[in-house]
Every structure is written in C-alpha cells, then in structure tokens.
Design a binder for this molecule. Sequence first.
Ligand code: HEM
Length: 194
Amino acid sequence: MVSSPALSSLREATRTLHVDLESRLALGRPDAGRAEYRAYAAAMIGWLEPLEARLWAAPWPDGVAPEARRDKARWLVEDLAALGVDAAQVARLPRATALPPLATEAERFGVAYVIEGSQLGGHVLARRLAGALAPHEVRYLRGYGEALGERWRALLGAMAASVTGGGALARAADAAVATFEGLGRWFEAREVLR
Ligand code: HEM
C-alpha cells in the first residue's frame, strides 16, 4: 500500500459515501445475479463512458499509464452483449452529461481514485457473482485481473507525489466526493439501488 496524505484525505472524505452506495446497490445483495448485473452494467456504462474518455485524455504524470485504464466501458459492452443487450441497444442507453470536476491534476486524481478504486470492490464482486453469471464471465468486474494490485499502487504512488499541500488535497477530496455523489444520483434514476 502506498500511503500518503492524499490517500488518507480521500479515504476520510469518501468512506461513508462508499458504505452508503455499496449497501444500497442491488448488485451487492447476496442473491444478486444476471438481472442485477445487467442493470448495473447498463447504468454504469452511461456514467463511465463519457467520464473515462475525458479523464484519461487529460495530461498525466509518468507512471500512471492512462492508456491502460481508459477502456472499461468496452468491457461493459462485452458483458452486456453476453447478457443479450446488443450494440444498438447499448448505443441508445443514456449517457451522463454532468461530470465531476476535471480541470486540475488534483481533481483528476480524486476522480481516478474513485474509478480505479471501484476495481478493488469489483474484484470481490467478480468472485461472488461468478457462479450466478456462468457461463458468462464478468469482464468489467474482473478488470485488470492479475495486474490490479500493481496498477492501483502505481496510481497511488503518482498521486502521493502530485497531490500535496492543503489546496490540492482539498480539491482532490472534493472531486472524489462529487464523483461518488454524481454516480449515486445517476444510479438513483436507474433502478439499480434497492
Ligand atoms: C456492491 C458494490 C461494491 C462492493 C461490494 C464494494 C466493495 C469494496 C471492497 C471490498 C473494497 C476494498 C478492497 C480492497 O481493499 O482490496 C472496495 C474499495 C473501494 N471501492 Fe468499492 N465496492 C462496491 C462498489 C463501489 C463503487 C460503485 C465505487 C465507485 C465507483 C467504489 C469505489 C471504491 C473505492 C474508491 C475503493 C478504494 C478504497 C481505498 O482503498 O481507499 N466501490 N470496495
């Protein structure tokens, strides 16, 4: 684990938001299966696709490797196809227009913390849902696979070096909070919460 003032401040700012979202998602129920994953993937793509395109197209310090991180919406498309949602239907799904702040590097790290951190929970969920979704694999939740830990540490390392000083810490934390809150509102409108 790469601890830093930035990571501590992001965790502190978003802890209750994560607990709240996780506990309200139908996908987190012990009996969740194909229907819950299909609804989750359909909602997530509309939020993630426009956000990841802008986030990872922005400048990043060395070590972050944005090109390895910017295609998670494509994994969601694969999962939806396996569950019977074709490309034309995916194209018609609504896309979010209200995005969290991305203007400064500190804000971008705050947003990236949420998106990349969600892969940690995804890893846990992928194992939990594997049986219910077989024979289809959950590509989005499997995410980076074996590379997950290394990629998470690389992001945290770059963040520790970049996000320093009170102003930057506050901007990163505010952006992470806005990311969780925006996703919560997006999910609320899409019946993926209990
Ligand atoms: C039912 C859904 C979810 C479950 C069960 C879940 C579960 C988890 C678990 C177990 C971890 C810790 C993993 C570890 O330390 O290795 C984690 C971390 C995290 N999750 Fe979730 N999660 C869910 C949804 C989400 C969503 C939708 C987001 C945001 C888009 C999110 C953002 C994060 C972040 C940012 C972390 C990293 C926290 C840190 O280490 O500082 N999670 N999640």
